[in-house]
Design a binder for this molecule. Structure first.
Ligand SMILES: [Zn+2]
Length: 160
């Protein structure tokens, strides 16, 4: 799924209490992709080569290592639990991170960055429908827009 959608889903699921929590949840929702691909994105823009998504054949191996770490439910849930122990309910926006991984599993095929959700353990990859498939992409954004508008119109109590 695209990084902005991940941020918005995270914010809407775990950051609806106030603006600051929304931003924190947005960052945790978008973070797994930003950490894995952010530097490569900046590097390609600066090099003038543009960004057409990370092409598998030109991907540096460090990106795969970062992707494993940031897309592991084992790691993200462990950090969420530590956060909940230390910061109590204030750490709830951290949950946008494992939510990102759950959303990624069905929308990545085994040919392009399947989600290593059990890393560092062996993961039986799920062969999902790539999120760039038009109906998947537009269905996701339609759902996001409907929920964002409903949230704006009805407030917190009646939505989600
Ligand atoms: Zn991702």
């Amino acid at each position: 799924m695209d990084t902005i959608s991940h941020g918005l889903w995270g914010g809407m699921a775990f950051g609806r209490k106030n603006k600051r929590l929304f931003i924190v949840a947005f960052l945790f929702g978008a973070g797994p992709d930003v950490v894995a691909f952010g530097w490569e994105f900046v590097r390609r823009i600066l090099a003038g080569s543009g960004w057409h998504g990370p092409m598998v054949e030109s991907i540096n191996s460090y990106i795969f290592s970062l992707y494993n770490i940031t897309h592991s439910l084992v790691i993200s849930v462990a950090i969420l639990l530590c956060g909940l122990i230390v910061f109590k309910s204030k750490a709830l926006p951290f949950a946008a991170w494992p939510l990102h991984i759950l959303f990624d599993i069905p929308v990545h095929s085994t040919r392009f960055f399947p989600t290593p959700y059990l890393w560092p353990f062996a993961t039986p990859f799920f062969d999902g429908i790539p999120w760039v498939t038009p109906w998947v992409f537009f269905l996701n954004w339609a759902a996001l827009i409907v929920l964002l508008v409903a949230w704006k119109v009805f407030g917190n109590k009646k939505v989600l």
